[in-house]
Design a protein around this ligand. Structure first.
Ligand SMILES: Cc1cc2nc3c(=O)[nH]c(=O)nc-3n(C[C@H](O)[C@H](O)[C@H](O)COP(=O)(O)OP(=O)(O)OC[C@H]3O[C@@H](n4cnc5c(N)ncnc54)[C@H](O)[C@@H]3O)c2cc1C
Length: 482
């Protein structure tokens, strides 16, 4: 019997695994998909929020502030792309300025450093791309942009390096109470664990109900986005929010750490938690609303649209607690925004709760806490030449838009959590993230993956299970038979 089973490996499960791997514990992470970060963690606004939005006194407020501080430290140690660019919340009317004052009061109470309201001229001087109609702006200098999937990968890889057992394509289908813990049924066989962390995102209620009486329901809410080419990447240098509405923080415009511009999200309650469609209607809403704050955005430079589903719970706060009647079973549920920002603090709290429930927490002496990787395009000419001399694989450019080399893809395949799909390679080293969205490099990446895994090209998927790229004539093998 292992000490802890973590169910789900989005940012919350990955942070929990990372935190647990600091202690002398046996830990398994059970993830339904073929990669880490396949749920809300890969489809969000990618902001580490400063922390003025949540109501003071809530878990969201406390863990947002604590998590944002930890996120900065972790991103530095684990080589995760991030930038503290600051955020501006813009107001267009006297009524909206009153909204900014409310956010300022929240921010001060929550302990957000350096937060203040700027008059129109200062806001425009700081961010010349803003509309001349802006009346004032709330400035939060500690807001940060991050690569959310690289953040989750870095935490998961570090956990695995420190002994955690990550099992992908391992959906949990049932949970039984057994002597001394829980018997988890998975599609890859049983797992027995003394304690369980439920980090299943949109399915946290389903997992909870397997072990305890129903206590909450996840209410999905979809957000749709426009991602723009790097030609628009310098349109703004801060995260630009508008005064929040009932439905959430509203549509933002922000630079991304990869040099693009992002606009979104919309907000729409859903019945089907798996529905990630994008709609002409919501994208039009996103474009119209974004242009209200930043009129110069050229949406003809849109290179991709995507949607993410928020896992709201109706409780108005994160649910981080031992499930009633299920000792040692910790729910991390209702982790909607600011879940990405709060994740490491959520993980610390969860591990604390396991400690309170009797799990012995002895810190490891030999914890590996750093990580790094080659980013060829960020090197100087001299460094590039030296690297290629040492290893010619870095001289073969696979993704021309993003200048990603074969050496970097090979490095990704040798990490503790290697990619299994073409998009898995994209998330780790950026091949396919550029203007052509993998049109040129996709086939080469597919060949490299097939070569690495000694399988047929038709067995390689674009992303999740079943997203075949090539049709195969073989019957009974992987891929659809034709
Ligand atoms: C549109 C949108 C915008 C957002 N913007 C921000 C932002 O800018 N800043 C911020 O702080 N937060 C933001 N958030 C919130 C943030 O993305 C989430 O809080 C965070 O990603 C939640 O992480 P998670 O690990 O709980 O869930 P997920 O990332 O969804 O991970 C849950 C995992 O559990 C797995 N799983 C489910 N069922 C099972 C099972 N039966 N067995 C095994 N595994 C299972 C899933 O496959 C998945 O990988 C946003 C969210 C959305 C949707």
């Amino acid at each position: 019997m292992i000490d802890v089973a973590v169910i789900g490996c989005g940012i919350v499960g990955a942070a929990a695994a990372y935190e647990l791997s600091r202690y002398e514990l046996s830990v398994a992470v059970l993830e339904r998909e073929n990669d880490v970060s396949m749920g809300a963690t890969k489809a969000n606004s990618a902001i580490i929020h400063a922390g003025y939005d949540p109501e003071p006194g809530t878990l969201m407020a406390r863990l947002n502030i604590e998590g944002a501080g930890l996120a900065k430290e972790l991103c530095e140690k684990l080589d995760v792309p991030h930038k503290q660019c600051g955020a501006l919340v813009v107001a267009f009317s006297g009524e909206e300025i009153a909204g900014l004052e409310r956010l300022l009061r929240n921010g001060v109470q929550n302990g957000v450093p350096g937060i203040r309201i700027l008059p129109k001229d200062q806001a425009l001087a700081m961010e010349p791309g803003l509309s001349g109609e802006v009346a004032a702006a709330l400035y939060a200098p500690t807001a940060m942009i991050v690569s959310p999937w690289e953040y989750a990968l870095a935490l998961a890889e570090t956990a695995v390096r420190n002994g955690a057992d990550l099992r992908l394509e391992c959906a949990v289908t049932g949970i039984d109470k057994i002597a001394g813990g829980y018997g988890l049924r998975t599609v890859r066989g049983p797992v027995e664990a003394r304690t369980v962390i439920n980090a299943a995102g949109l399915y946290a209620d389903t997992i909870h109900d397997m072990a305890a009486e129903p206590a909450f329901t996840v209410l999905p809410s979809r957000g749709e986005y426009c991602l723009l080419d790097k030609s628009e990447g310098t349109r703004v240098s801060h995260v630009i929010f508008q005064c929040p509405a009932e439905t959430g923080k509203g549509v933002l415009v922000a630079p991304t750490v990869h040099g693009n511009l992002i606009a979104g999200p919309s907000s729409e309650s859903l019945r089907d938690r798996a529905d990630l469609s994008v709609t002409a209607e919501k994208l039009e809403f996103v474009m119209r609303t974004a242009k209200k704050a930043v009129p110069g955005i050229d949406f003809r430079a849109n290179i991709r649209n995507f949607a993410g589903n928020r896992a709201k719970s109706g409780h108005g706060d994160f649910i981080i607690a031992e499930a009633k009647g299920a000792p040692g079973f910790i729910d991390l549920a209702g982790i909607a925004s600011p879940g990405l920002s709060a994740a490491p603090a959520i993980a610390r709290m969860a591990v604390g709760l396991l400690g309170e429930s009797g799990l012995a927490l002895r810190e490891k002496r030999d914890f590996y806490g750093t990580r790094g990787r080659v980013r060829f395009r960020e090197l100087t000419s001299g460094e590039k030449a030296a690297l290629v001399r040492r290893d010619p694989a870095y001289g073969r450019v696979i993704c021309r838009c993003e200048t990603v080399t074969e050496g970097e893809i090979r490095d990704a395949l040798l990490t503790p959590v290697p990619p299994r799909s073409v998009d898995g390679v994209k998330r780790r080293c950026g091949a396919g993230m550029g203007r052509c969205q993998g049109g040129f490099c996709g086939p080469r990446v597919l060949e490299i993956l097939a070569g690495h895994y000694h399988c047929k090209p038709s067995e390689i998927v674009q992303d999740g299970a079943g997203t075949w790229i090539l049709a195969s004539e073989t019957k009974g093998g992987a891929g659809p038979a034709i």
